[in-house]
Design a protein around this ligand. Structure first.
Ligand SMILES: Cc1cc2nc3c(=O)[nH]c(=O)nc-3n(C[C@H](O)[C@H](O)[C@H](O)COP(=O)(O)OP(=O)(O)OC[C@H]3O[C@@H](n4cnc5c(N)ncnc54)[C@H](O)[C@@H]3O)c2cc1C
Length: 439
């Protein structure tokens, strides 16, 4: 039993999406996209804008999975630092991936403006507050790598982070002015409206249950019907299990869970994230937080593997809020919710060609608002015939995570271990703070 009902704040504040029904009967299209999150809707929208007749099949309702329940933090780049990506893939392929991912927020905010999407889009930047001096040194290296590539990324002092976040918990940080925030479910629904206007068809409650090939075309079956098309795009990310075992084994799934406070009273609110940035700190089990337009603080961190969070899980998040913002003790909590994040073995997203006319894009490692939108456009470009060398992103073979069957146990163990490491670091820091010789 948890103290408040399990419900996403975003589902209460988002404008309605388009009315959709389940697929019925046999249909044809030029492309079928499986999955109605950012990847699938962006792919479908870019294909429809290029004049293709597109069908999207969504297993549940639009935005019920990661794209509609995330933190809404629009973060440039991928999880790996730019130099690391270039050493992994080489300067050419790595440099192209870094540039493509770095432009993710530009694409998101451009689509929002171009299609008039009402999703509280704000581009005030993204902060990484540092939890230790070692983490701050790493952030300084990260900022330098981005600056070398012409990006507006700066290192923040302890007092600057205090002023920009309202938390005295951090010893400095990084400010990346390319980032921002959206209302994540409103963004999904806005993309879906734009797709409808461009002529795309969306079917919800229509899980793809079988994929086959006959007469030179692919055929996808759902419980109520089927669609055949020469091109299929799989855009199911962390929820891939039902559609492709091969892809599922490339991912390790990690739960992430968020809580939202009640609206914070005005004088207090004006001191928390006053310039509207979002933040994700440098703990191993990072904590990400932002204000939403109603004045609630939304904070997330790694969640529970169980079917629903226990009171203990929820209290853990409340404690995280109070540790970062002690001034919020006494403010009620109103919402909590969570979902699954798809991690990859190299911490990079992947675009795969599983067979001729069968593409997939997934694996955003917690950075999918911008990157999944970009992936959708990459998938559409590739589907429209762009040569791999012109994509600006590698097309990689499907490599299952070694010992995948054990990955759930591994992820659980890793989370416990990282929680322990972070907890130990907190105790150590408190001891240092109390030491009489501290300057
Ligand atoms: C709690 C949480 C917080 C996060 N916070 C952030 C953040 O602040 N910033 C950030 O950049 N990223 C964040 N992420 C990650 C981000 O949300 C994802 O990377 C991104 O939404 C992935 O988009 P997607 O379209 O690929 O996948 P999804 O949004 O998961 O969409 C996949 C869709 O495929 C559908 N599907 C699955 N199987 C089938 C089938 N057989 N037939 C039809 N449909 C099917 C699913 O129902 C689902 O709707 C967060 C994730 C979570 C869970």
């Amino acid at each position: 039993m948890s103290p408040v009902p399990l419900q996403s704040l975003w589902s209460v504040t988002a404008p309605a999406g388009p009315a959709c029904s389940a697929l019925a009967g046999a249909q044809r299209a030029q492309a079928v996209v499986v999955g109605g999150g950012y990847t699938g809707l962006s792919a479908a929208l870019h294909l429809a804008e290029a004049g293709r007749d597109v069908v999207v099949l969504e297993a549940v309702e639009l935005g019920e999975r990661a794209s509609g329940i995330n933190g809404g933090q629009v973060i440039p780049g991928v999880k790996q630092d730019p130099d690391a990506v270039e050493s992994m893939l080489g300067p050419d392929a790595g440099g192209q991936l870094v540039a493509t991912a770095a432009a993710g927020p530009d694409l998101v905010f451009d689509l929002i403006a171009r299609h008039g999407i009402q999703c509280d889009a704000t581009r005030a930047g993204w902060i990484q507050p540092a939890t230790s001096e070692a983490a701050l040194a790493q952030l300084a290296r990260r900022a330098e790598q981005w600056r070398r590539r012409g990006a507006a990324v700066e290192v923040l002092s302890r007092s600057a982070v205090l002023r920009l976040t309202g938390s005295a918990r951090y010893c400095g940080g990084l400010l990346d002015r390319r980032g921002g925030t959206v209302q994540p479910l409103a963004y999904v629904r806005g993309l879906a409206h734009a797709l409808g206007r461009a002529g795309g068809r969306i079917y919800t409650r229509s899980p793809a249950v079988r994929l086959g090939r006959a007469g030179g075309a692919w055929s996808i079956e759902t419980p109520g019907g089927s669609v055949s098309a020469p091109l299929i795009i799989i855009a199911t990310d962390a929820y891939t299990h039902a559609v492709s075992d091969e892809l599922r084994r490339t991912l390790v799934l990690v739960p992430s869970f968020q809580v939202a406070t009640a609206p914070i009273p005005a004088p207090l609110r004006s001191m928390i994230l006053p310039e509207g940035q979002a933040a994700s700190d440098t703990w191993h089990l990072l904590r990400y937080f932002r204000l939403e337009p109603g004045g609630r603080l939304v904070l997330g961190t790694r969640g529970t593997f169980g079917p629903a969070p226990t009171t203990r899980d929820v209290q853990y998040h409340y404690r995280a809020v109070h540790e970062i913002f002690p001034q919020l003790r006494g403010i009620a909590f109103e919402y909590h919710w969570g979902g699954l994040v798809a991690m990859t073995r190299d911490h990079l997203p992947h675009l795969h060609e599983l067979a001729p006319g069968l593409l997939a894009g997934l694996g955003y490692n917690g950075r999918g608002v911008a990157m999944a939108t970009v992936m959708g456009r990459l998938l559409a470009r590739r589907a429209l015939g762009a040569p791999v060398v012109e994509l600006g992103f590698p097309v990689t073979p499907v490599l299952p995570v070694p010992f995948h069957a054990l990955s759930g146990i591994g992820a659980r163990a890793a989370i416990q271990y990282l929680r322990f490491i972070d907890g130990f670091a907190r105790v150590y820091e408190r001891a240092i703070a109390r030491a009489p010789f501290r300057t």
